[in-house]
Design a binder for this molecule. Structure first.
Ligand code: FES
Length: 400
C-alpha cells in the first residue's frame, strides 16, 4: 500500500494543473462533432427517422395491402437492419394532426440489406390511419417511419429451440418475416405456425408461406379454419387455437415457446387456453396487433364506470380540458381532440408515450401492463393502454 501511495507523485500531479487549465482556455467554445465508426454504426442501426417511398403495392384481398418501401435516396440512403418480428412506426399528418401507427415488417431482415421493407396494412373498420393509407398511399408516395422497434423477436438465450407461433388474421405479418429469416439461415429455430383464419379465402400470404414450408424443413404451416362450413385440406385443422391443438403440435418432452400475434379477441380467447399449457412465463411471448379498444369485457374491469370522462392534460405550459369516453384509451381521447402524444407501439410496450397521472384512476389491461415498479411509485402511465375510470388529470411530455 505504501509503495502505491508513493507512486502517486502528488507534487508532479499538482504542477500539471495550470498547464491543463491553459489548454482548456485555448479550446474552442463550439461543440466538436466526433463521429467514430461505432457512432456511425449505431446511427445506421437506430436512425430516429427513415425517409422512404413506395415502390410497389400488392393487393391481398379486398381489405389488405402490402407496401414495398425503399429509401428516398436523399435523406435516407440505406435501411436500418432489424430482427425478424419488429415493427415500424408510421408518422402521418391527417387533417393537420400528426398521428402514428405501428405496423409489423413482413419482409425479411435480409431484404432490408437489399434496400426494401414490406409493410402490410389491413383496413380497419372505422380506423383513421389505415383508411388514410388506403386512400392516399400510391407508388411514389413519400413515407416517414421510425427505426425498426419492438421486442417480439426470437432470442436464443430466452426462447426454446422450438417455437409454436399462433397467428390470427393480419397478425401473421411478423411470422412471415420470422419464417423468411429461418429459411434464409438468419434465425436458427424450428417454427410451427398455427394460423387462425375464418376460411381459405381470408388467409394472407398463403403462397409465400407454402413456399417457405417447402423450402425449409424447420418451418411447418398449419391453417386453422373456424368457419362452420369450411372443408379443410389435408394437413390443416378446423376450429380454434385451443390448448389441445397447441399440444398436438408441440414437442412432448422438450421445452417450447409460444409466440402470439393477433387481434384483441384472440388474446381474450387464448388467456385460459395458455394457462392449461402450464408453460413458464418466459416461454410465452406476445405482440398486440392493433390497438386495444373498450376494456369493459375484461374480467378484472371494475363495475359502475361512467361512460363520459373529463381529461385535463398539461403539455409544457399549456393546459387542455377535453371530454372523452371510458372505452377509449387516454391516447385515443387526446388524439380525437386534436392533441398529439408521442407514440410508437401503441400497445404499452415501448414506453415512448410515458406520461404522469396527476389525479384520477386508470385501468390497464393486464396483457398490456409493461410498467415497472418505479413507474407505479412515481405515477407514470402509458396513455396508449390506460383507460380512464374517473376524471383524469395528467401531464404529457413534449413530442419526441
Ligand atoms: S406508445 Fe408504446 S407504450 Fe405507449
Amino acid at each position: 500500500m505504501a509503495s502505491n501511495l508513493n507512486s502517486l507523485k502528488a507534487k508532479k500531479f499538482l504542477s500539471m494543473l495550470p498547464e491543463r487549465q491553459a489548454r482548456f482556455n485555448e479550446g474552442k467554445a463550439e461543440l466538436v462533432e466526433i463521429e467514430d465508426n461505432a457512432m456511425a454504426l449505431a446511427k445506421a442501426l437506430h436512425p430516429k427517422r427513415q425517409y422512404l417511398k413506395i415502390e410497389k403495392i400488392t393487393e391481398r384481398g379486398e381489405d389488405c395491402r402490402s407496401y414495398t418501401l425503399v429509401p428516398d435516396g436523399e435523406k435516407t440512403k440505406s435501411l436500418a437492419y432489424f430482427g425478424a418480428g419488429k415493427y415500424l412506426t408510421v408518422f402521418e399528418t391527417i387533417e393537420g394532426m400528426p398521428v402514428t401507427r405501428a405496423y409489423s415488417i413482413s419482409s425479411s431482415p435480409k431484404e432490408s440489406l437489399e434496400g426494401r421493407y414490406v409493410l402490410t396494412v389491413k383496413l380497419v373498420d372505422g380506423g383513421l390511419v389505415s383508411k388514410y393509407i388506403f386512400d392516399n398511399w400510391e407508388v411514389g408516395t413519400e413515407v416517414e417511419v421510425s427505426a425498426p422497434s419492438g421486442n417480439f423477436e426470437y432470442q436464443p438465450l430466452r426462447d426454446a429451440k422450438k417455437v409454436i407461433c399462433l397467428a390470427g388474421g393480419s397478425g401473421i405479418t411478423p411470422f412471415v418475416s420470422m419464417a423468411k429469416a429461418v429459411a434464409d439461415g438468419d434465425e436458427d429455430f424450428e417454427l410451427t405456425l398455427l394460423y387462425g383464419s375464418r376460411s381459405y379465402e381470408s388467409i394472407l400470404f398463403a403462397e409465400e408461406l407454402a413456399e417457405l414450408e417447402k423450402k425449409c424443413d424447420k418451418i411447418k404451416v398449419v391453417n386453422v379454419l373456424s368457419d362452420k362450413g369450411v372443408k379443410v385440406k389435408k394437413g390443416d385443422e378446423k376450429g380454434l387455437l385451443t390448448a389441445e391443438l397447441i399440444k398436438k403440435y408441440a414437442p412432448e418432452n422438450e421445452p417450447y415457446s409460444v409466440f402470439i400475434c393477433g387481434p384483441q379477441q384472440m388474446y381474450d380467447f387464448l388467456g385460459d387456453e395458455l394457462l392449461k399449457l402450464k408453460l413458464e412465463k418466459k416461454y410465452i411471448r406476445h405482440e398486440m396487433f392493433g390497438e386495444f379498444h373498450n376494456p369493459s369485457s375484461q374480467e378484472d374491469y371494475p363495475e359502475g364506470i361512467p361512460e363520459k370522462i373529463t381529461v385535463k392534460v398539461r403539455i409544457q405550459d399549456e393546459v387542455y380540458t377535453v371530454e372523452g369516453n371510458s372505452a377509449d384509451s387516454l391516447m385515443q381521447t387526446l388524439e380525437k381532440n386534436g392533441i398529439s402524444v408521442p407514440a410508437r407501439c401503441r400497445s404499452g410496450e415501448c414506453g415512448f408515450c410515458h406520461s404522469h397521472l396527476l389525479s384520477g384512476k386508470v385501468y390497464v389491461p393486464k396483457q398490456l401492463e409493461y410498467r415497472r415498479l418505479a413507474d407505479y411509485k412515481f405515477g407514470c402511465i402509458h396513455p396508449c393502454c390506460s383507460f380512464p375510470l374517473t376524471d383524469i388529470e395528467m401531464e404529457v411530455p413534449t413530442a419526441k
